[in-house]
Design a protein around this ligand. Structure first.
Ligand code: SF4
Length: 349
């Protein structure tokens, strides 16, 4: 199969017939997933702290160290959340925080060790590139050392959060203090080199151009060629409520469902070395989330027992396992509960 060029991707984004594009993305998905299953994972987000110094203008979640609503969860609070997750058959925690200015590697090692010792059946999918980058800086050690030390304590994989758009122009506008594109890629590469899988993400709908979206895809496709370490690609649209970015740029418009589905379909065709693409029902709502399965997505992501970050910016969608199973059956696909590594745990015929 001939690899899609950047120019072809751009033309598809801008000119493709919507129906024909969806059909192509669906066909490509079925080539990769002929078993006709749609997967999901039962997990919960745990945002262990909302303290963050990075001040991304698109983020409504963070607080500064001394603000009233700033928190760092105690072990007991984290344990209670994990027990609630275990009670509904959950297998994974998406464990992320703000970037706390004071916490060093030893604090994270103790925390990960405590979770994995007390809850050995729970998979810790946690700490995005910006957290790893800062832990390395404040602890004066390399990415490899941070990741190896956390892996030894029980960290299984890292999420792709913080990629936003991997273009310096956009990052300077929306998150100038955040790590640059190359550092995001370097963190993921370092993880892949020690055998730790990760996911790749993209947040669109701020100030990027179509060319910059394709530039983002090119960077992750190139790293995937090199390492094969990305398990999945997940994209969502900017949720603007209560964000500084929206105040500074009132011209930013809510992204349409059509735009989301169009980009999703092109990503399925362009990212030819990614087996799994998730539908973002949390930002798009359950019905567009379902339609995304007809536009190239093969996975509905997580049941999201708790989500704080996009909720802080106005996204209020919720779904439980029974609803997910129904949505998947509705499109004639077989619902399948998976674990973090995409191994099927249970199907719902
Ligand atoms: S997006 Fe993450 S890094 Fe940026 S301000 Fe929010 S919590 Fe901090």
């Amino acid at each position: 199969m001939k690899r899609m060029s950047n120019q072809e991707a751009l033309e598809l984004i801008q000119k493709a017939d919507f129906n024909a594009l969806g059909k192509r993305a669906w066909e490509r998905k079925m080539e990769l997933h002929p078993e006709n299953m749609t997967t999901f994972v039962v997990d919960r987000n745990i945002n262990y702290t909302n303290v963050c110094w990075v001040d991304c203008s698109f983020c409504a979640f963070y607080r500064h160290h001394k603000e009233d609503e700033a928190y760092v969860l105690s072990y007991e609070e984290i344990g209670k959340k994990i027990e609630e997750l275990l009670a509904i058959g959950g297998t994974q925690i998406l464990f992320q925080g703000g970037v706390h200015p004071k916490l060093k590697i030893e604090w994270y090692e103790d925390l990960v060790a405590w979770i994995s010792t007390h809850y050995p059946t729970i998979t810790i999918h946690g700490f995005s590139a910006i957290e790893i980058d800062y832990i390395a800086k404040i602890s004066k050690i390399s990415y490899h050392e941070v990741l190896t030390r956390l892996q030894k304590k029980g960290l299984y994989s890292i999420p792709g959060a913080g990629a936003e758009i991997l273009s310096e122009r956009v990052r300077q506008l929306i998150a100038p203090k955040k790590l640059d594109s190359q550092s995001w890629l370097n963190v993921h590469k370092a993880a892949h080199e020690i055998g730790m899988k990760t996911t790749a993400t993209m947040m669109f709908g701020t100030l990027e151009s179509d060319e910059e979206i394709v530039e983002h895809w090119e960077k992750i496709r190139t790293l995937q060629d090199e390492t094969g370490g990305f398990r999945a690609f997940i994209m969502w649209s900017f949720q603007s409520d209560f964000t500084q970015l929206k105040k500074e740029h009132p011209e930013i418009k809510k992204q349409s469902s059509n735009r989301y589905l169009r980009l999703l379909a092109v990503s399925r065709l362009y990212l030819d070395n990614f087996k799994n693409i998730q539908s973002s029902w949390v930002t798009q709502g359950s019905y567009i989330g379902q339609l995304a399965l007809m536009f190239g997505a093969n996975d509905l992501g997580s049941t999201m027992m708790e989500e704080n970050v996009v909720k802080a910016a106005g996204a209020k969608n919720r779904m439980n396992q029974a609803e997910m199973v129904k949505l998947i059956k509705d499109i004639g696909s077989i619902p399948a509960k998976r674990d973090t590594s995409y191994t099927i745990l249970e199907t719902f015929l």
